[in-house]
Design a protein around this ligand. Structure first.
Ligand code: MOS
Length: 731
């Protein structure tokens, strides 16, 4: 088939669902009107580890409006089948009210269901739980690690010993919580053995399979609906225990149940970015050619599940070097299980590696960009595979020019404006281009409009809009003529809305479904004696604005509407799919960036103000430039938070999170956000997927924290190897 003109893809459209969002008509999980819904409020454990010895729910049950109090003594055994079709890490997942164990501070130990929210909240405050408390272990540096995961090529220890220049550095990164604007919420309703759930989730299919596994149902007996998600950053990639609590409460009361987590409860078991302690040994020659890296890192996990993330990949492939060893240990603690948070793994690895590269550049007196270019690999040295596309050198060149890198004084603490010390820093970023099987369906109606559906979700990046753009061009329709529906497990299945894989995976399935429909229409026309296109080779026909015509003769053609009407067709429809090629990969797939930051540090107060951030991205094709900018600017804001503010603090005496609220867990506000700019290298990656995209949502956060840390060094001469960088570290 002839390639379609691209009119919608690449256009800076506003969100197709923008009006719904700003008028409050977009319904988030807790806002769906489900008739007869009652309210559930969870009671959280007030110890960090131990056993429940007593539960007194009499006062709660006596309250007017309270329907039931559920806890481990009155909850039936739930099947909890294994479920590989979810984001459950290895281990034994937390089973709701199935035993008397308390595994972390804040674990759900009971739920109060009442006809009003106020009665449920009051009831929850009246449930008296007795405990046999034990001393929890919540300190990463104090606990016993698991057996390590290892990687080695060459002999890094020996190469490091003989290196002309050697760095031996220890980094620490804080635990971070996702903190989306919309809290987790679930409405659950049973119709006989059929369970319907309106949920905040980044993966309706994952939540569907998990609820089926927990309750021992066929997958088809569960329907999960999630048309709008108010931010996720990874927290909604798993079906957490509170979703099971809602479904259980609905089953036991025979009423639909609505359960909304409080802001505090968002810190008590819906995932987090684990804290790391990370040792990096780096060896190079005098010219800065790297010879060896030794990575030894410890990360938090829970006592009942082993959560790991892609923290090793960057150390194996970002720079050329013959010798690398890595030792990655999880440390089981009395905490809930961590989960992916924006830029998972790569974000933390990039802070460590890119800070160390800056230290090496300073040590050698080499420009940080020049040092990186001297270590640019010709292939992926972890696999021996060629890169599908890797344009990091162009990212450096474009970034240096746009940022005015040549104006940076490499000497630390050399640039002042009054009492402000000014510094500039940069970092490279990398994130893998994940693709997974996805499906979509498309239908072209006789009125010339189209409906495309996939089970995907949209936590904010603009999936509705970007998928509509892809569909519109493939069908040859205007964006206004296409409706894209998502967020329902009844639609064709898709992978998790995370890991930057939605555009490549779902987008390619949408493209396939729409291409099939267009082909049907073209074949109908060229075989129809009544059509002006009769007898034209199908490959010579394109569709534009709902009209099929000969590619080189726009005057010869007809509209979809005429074609379908004359042929008595109510619609044309097709299912589409995408799957990455089977068998071993033939390329190494990654997106790249170069990130630049300028900071001002108050010389006497240690206060860090970010003045500007520039990101230059090699992310393949950009489908939706305006939404890409939203992604990139949001990623930079997230990176500023990680660099300077975000820190979940635990009281190790009892395992309690001290700052489980948005007043004490600091995130950037408008006054913290300076001039941000995103630049995309024009291009596409045809090896990665039919759309040529490499994913953007995770990549844009990576590199921000080390660029800021490196700028802080340039401003102050202080090397801070701990996130967040706080004023005290600079005094
Ligand atoms: Mo992303 S951390 O996979 O939502």
């Amino acid at each position: 088939m002839s390639p379609q003109p691209q009119a919608a893809v690449g256009a800076p459209l506003s969100r197709v669902d923008g009006r719904l969002k700003v008028t409050g008509k977009a319904l988030y999980a807790a806002e769906h009107e489900v008739e007869g819904a009652v309210h559930a409020v969870i009671v959280d454990a007030s110890i960090g580890r131990g056993r429940i010895t007593s539960i007194d729910s009499a006062a709660a049950e006596a309250l007017p409006g309270v329907l039931k109090v559920l806890h481990h003594r009155n909850t039936p055994k739930l099947p909890y089948r294994d479920n590989s079709g979810s984001n459950n890490p290895p281990g034994r997942r937390l089973r709701v009210f199935q035993d008397d164990r308390v595994r972390f501070h804040g674990q759900p130990v009971a739920v109060v269901i009442a006809t009003t929210l106020e009665a449920a909240q009051h009831g929850a405050s009246l449930v008296k739980v007795g405990y046999d408390a034990e001393q929890p272990s919540t300190d990463l540096t104090e606990a016993e690690p698991d057996e390590p995961t290892r990687y080695a090529r060459g002999d890094a220890e020996a190469a490091l010993r003989s290196a002309a220049v050697r760095l031996d550095l220890t980094y620490r990164t804080a635990r971070n919580h996702h903190n989306p604007m919309e809290p987790h919420a679930t409405i659950a309703r049973w119709d006989g053995d059929q369970l319907t759930v309106w949920d905040k989730t980044q993966w309706v299919v994952g939540t569907q399979t998990e609820l089926a596994a927990v309750f021992g149902l066929e997958t088809d007996a569960v329907r999960v609906i999630s048309p709008f998600v108010g931010g996720g950053f990874g927290t909604a990639l798993r079906c957490w225990p509170h979703v099971v609590v809602a479904a259980l409460a609905a089953r036991e009361t025979k009423r639909p149940v609505k359960l909304v987590l409080s802001r505090k409860q968002m810190y008590l078991g819906t995932g987090f970015r684990p804290s790391y302690e990370y040792h990096l040994g780096l060896g190079s020659d005098r010219r800065g050619r790297l010879s060896a890296a030794v990575h030894e890192l410890d990360a938090e996990t829970s006592s009942y599940e082993t959560f790991t993330e892609s923290i090793l990949a960057a150390g194996q492939m970002l720079y050329s070097m013959p010798n690398v060893t890595q030792r990655y240990r999880t440390v089981p603690l009395d905490l809930p299980t961590p989960l992916y948070m924006r830029g998972p793994g790569f974000q933390t690895a990039s802070f460590v590696i890119e800070s160390a590269m800056d230290e090496l550049a300073h040590e050698l007196g080499v420009d940080p960009i020049e040092l990186r270019k001297r270590n640019e690999p010709n292939e992926d040295e972890s696999s021996g595979l060629p890169f599908s596309t890797r344009r990091l050198r162009e990212c450096y060149a474009v970034g240096a020019r746009e940022f005015g890198w040549h104006r940076r004084n490499p000497r630390p603490r050399a640039t002042c404006e009054g009492h402000w010390l000014i510094g500039r820093g940069m970092a490279a970023g990398v994130y893998d281009t994940a693709r997974m099987p996805a499906q979509a369906s498309a239908r072209l109606d006789a009125d010339g409009t189209a409906l495309v559906e996939a089970a995907a979700t949209d936590m904010g990046p603009g999936t509705y809009t970007s998928q509509t753009q892809v569909a519109a061009d493939a069908l040859g329709l205007t964006v206004r003529s296409v409706t894209f529906r998502l967020g329902d497990s009844l639609y064709p299945p898709t992978p998790p809305h995370g890991g930057s894989m939605t555009m490549a995976s779902v987008g390619s399935a949408t493209l396939d479904a729409c291409n099939r429909v267009r082909r049907q229409a073209i074949e109908l026309a060229v075989g129809d004696r009544e059509s002006p296109l009769y007898g034209v080779p199908a490959d010579d026909v394109v569709v534009r604005n709902g009209r099929l015509h000969v590619k080189n003769d726009p005057t010869r053609g007809e509209t979809y509407r005429r074609l379908l009407a004359r042929n008595d067709r109510t619609h044309l429809a097709a299912d589409g799919s995408f799957a990455p090629p089977s068998g071993p990969e033939r390329h190494s797939f990654y997106g790249y960036n170069a990130t630049f930051a300028e900071v001002a540090v108050d010389a006497s107060l240690g206060l860090v103000r970010v003045r500007r951030v520039l990101g230059v991205y090699d992310a393949g094709r950009i489908i939706s430039p305006k939404l890409a900018d939203s992604q990139a600017l949001g990623g930079m804001v997230g990176g500023i938070g990680t660099a300077l503010l975000e820190h979940t603090v635990t009281d190790h005496r009892d395992g309690r999170i001290v700052n489980a609220n948005l007043a004490d867990y600091l995130v950037p506000v408008n006054a913290d956000i300076p001039d941000l700019k995103a630049v995309y290298l024009d291009g596409e990656d045809r090896e990665a997927d039919p759309l040529g995209v490499k994913g953007l949502g995770e990549l844009v956060m990576i590199g921000v924290a080390p660029a800021i840390a490196n700028a802080v060094f340039n401003a102050t001469g202080r090397r801070v190897r701990e996130l967040p960088i706080i004023a005290e570290a600079l005094l």
